[in-house]
Design a protein around this ligand. Structure first.
Ligand code: GLU
Length: 473
């Protein structure tokens, strides 16, 4: 067989949806697993709904996910090629101009509805003679071009995921391949492109199964070899309906902005419908996935998207998988956007090294790490009850004294210091920890206070403690 080549063919009419991203990833993995080529083709023949902004964002998001491609095409730049192949079909009598007006077609459609049968074009213009058609064209009558579908033929294909599929041509009838404005339709251009680009495996969503017999007929009519097809099941939300905006964020971009790691999203999407050969394992690098991925391990029934699981997996990448330096690089823009001072990279790195196990996304990180970056916070009225106390005053004064003598630099040293304060003042641990937390963070829960004291520079601790002591005395 010729070298494997797959493609991802998005329409730039919206953000990259998780379902499409998974299609792109499966196509990519299948190509790379087979040392094959991968093509990105922008399907922008719908000039009204396609925009350059969406195209740019799609490309950016695919790159962010870690995909790369050797060939890139834009269908809007290939109209001449499509015209050439339309003419071939017209010359061979395998397609014909159709002059039926939208009103006539609407009438046919309504009639079918009344009779309770699925609509199919009547084939009226199929019977026009060449001369008649030429005359109508000369008169300037608008026309579409329809593909001549053989009657009552069962088109069969062996889908690599869905198995044996058979659809009878009487289910659809002669379909339009060029609109009256001269633009070719999806079912036609997809065949010309896949054939000319040498695509061996067409991997896409199962919503395209009804299109496949139409496309196979065009391959045959143009004398192109028919590629293999693999249709991927839809992704469902937790309520088992098709994953959509109703289920919350569904675009790659939304997850990116929320502070998800591309490696984690890539990994998670792979598990939506693909079962790794090694049971029980879930964390895979891209390289491992390339090695392991095979279409035969793709399930033929829908997968359910589990947001919590994705979040958990993102946490695993943040805590255990990614190098600290990578995490640092990705964290900085998020911290910066929150207005935190991040010019001291070593400081941020130290903070992350201690705290990376306490958040699952970078937006959670921003909240969680506030005490490391923000000195001017209010202590809520109701929390003063915990610190406005003579004993606490003593605790804070002694703490300040000790910090000034020698600031602890590790959480262990902080614990030792707190023990020492407890002993000296004969108080229980919460009488030290809780006030310290409130004084240093303004909250009653959050990041480990031993970590905060170990990492925060001495002057900033002093400042926070003094502020409270002054109010207490
Ligand atoms: N542009 C089509 C879509 O986004 C591509 C379908 C295909 O892969 O053939 O659904």
């Amino acid at each position: 067989m010729s070298k494997v080549k797959t493609r991802f063919a998005p329409s730039p009419t919206g953000y990259l949806h998780l379902g499409n991203a998974r299609t792109a990833i499966f196509s990519y993995l299948f190509a790379r697993h087979n040392n094959g080529g991968f093509v990105l083709r922008i399907e922008d023949t719908d000039r009204e709904r396609s925009t350059k902004e969406y195209e740019d964002m799609l490309i950016e998001d695919l790159k962010w996910l870690g995909l790369d491609w050797e060939e890139f095409y834009r269908q809007s730049e290939r109209f001449d090629i499509y015209r050439e192949y339309v003419n071939k079909l017209l010359e061979k009598g395998k397609a014909y101009p159709c002059f039926c007006t939208p009103e006539e077609l609407e009438r046919e459609r309504e009639e079918a509805k009344k009779r309770g049968v699925p609509y199919r074009y009547s084939g009226k213009c199929r019977r026009l003679s060449r001369e008649e058609a030429e005359r109508l064209k000369r008169e300037g009558k608008p026309f579409t071009v329809r593909f001549k579908v053989p009657e009552n033929r069962t088109v069969v294909f062996e889908d690599l995921v869905k198995g044996h599929i058979a659809i009878n041509t009487d289910d659809f009838g002669d379909f339009i391949i060029v609109r009256s404005d001269g633009t070719p339709t999806y079912n036609f251009v997809v065949v010309v492109d896949d054939a000319l680009m040498g695509i061996t495996h067409v991997i896409r969503g199962e919503d395209h199964i009804p299109n496949t017999p139409k496309q196979i007929l065009i391959y045959e009519a143009l004398g192109f070899p028919v590629p293999k097809f693999a249709h991927l099941p839809v992704i469902l939300g937790e309520d088992r309906s098709k994953l959509s905006k109703r289920h919350g964020a569904v675009s790659v971009r939304a997850y990116r902005e929320e502070g998800y790691m591309p490696e984690a999203l890539f990994n998670y999407l792979c598990l939506l419908g693909w079962s790794p050969p090694e049971e029980g394992r879930e964390i895979f690098s891209k390289e491992e996935l390339i090695k392991l991925f095979d279409l035969k391990d793709v399930n033929d029934s829908p997968a359910v998207f589990n947001r919590e699981k994705l979040k958990w997996m993102n946490g695993v990448y943040i805590r255990e998988v990614l190098p600290l330096e990578t995490l640092l690089e990705r964290a900085i823009p998020f911290l910066e956007r929150a207005g935190y001072e991040v010019s001291d990279r070593e400081y941020v790195k130290k903070v992350l090294s201690y705290t990376r196990d306490s958040f699952d996304t970078l937006s959670e990180m921003v909240e969680r790490l506030r005490p490391f970056f923000v000195d001017d916070f209010e202590i809520k009225e109701e929390l003063w009850a915990f610190i406005d106390d003579e004993k606490v005053y003593e605790v804070l004064s002694l703490f300040l004294e000790r910090i000034r003598e020698k600031k602890p630099e590790t959480p262990e040293e902080v614990k030792k210091l707190v023990k020492d304060i407890q002993k000296t003042l004969k108080v229980k641990p919460p009488k030290v920890w809780k006030p310290l937390r409130i004084v240093l963070t303004g909250e009653t829960e959050g990041v480990g206070i031993d970590i905060l004291i170990a990492v925060l520079p001495k002057e900033r601790i002093e400042k926070r403690v003094l502020r409270v002591i002054e109010k207490l005395s």
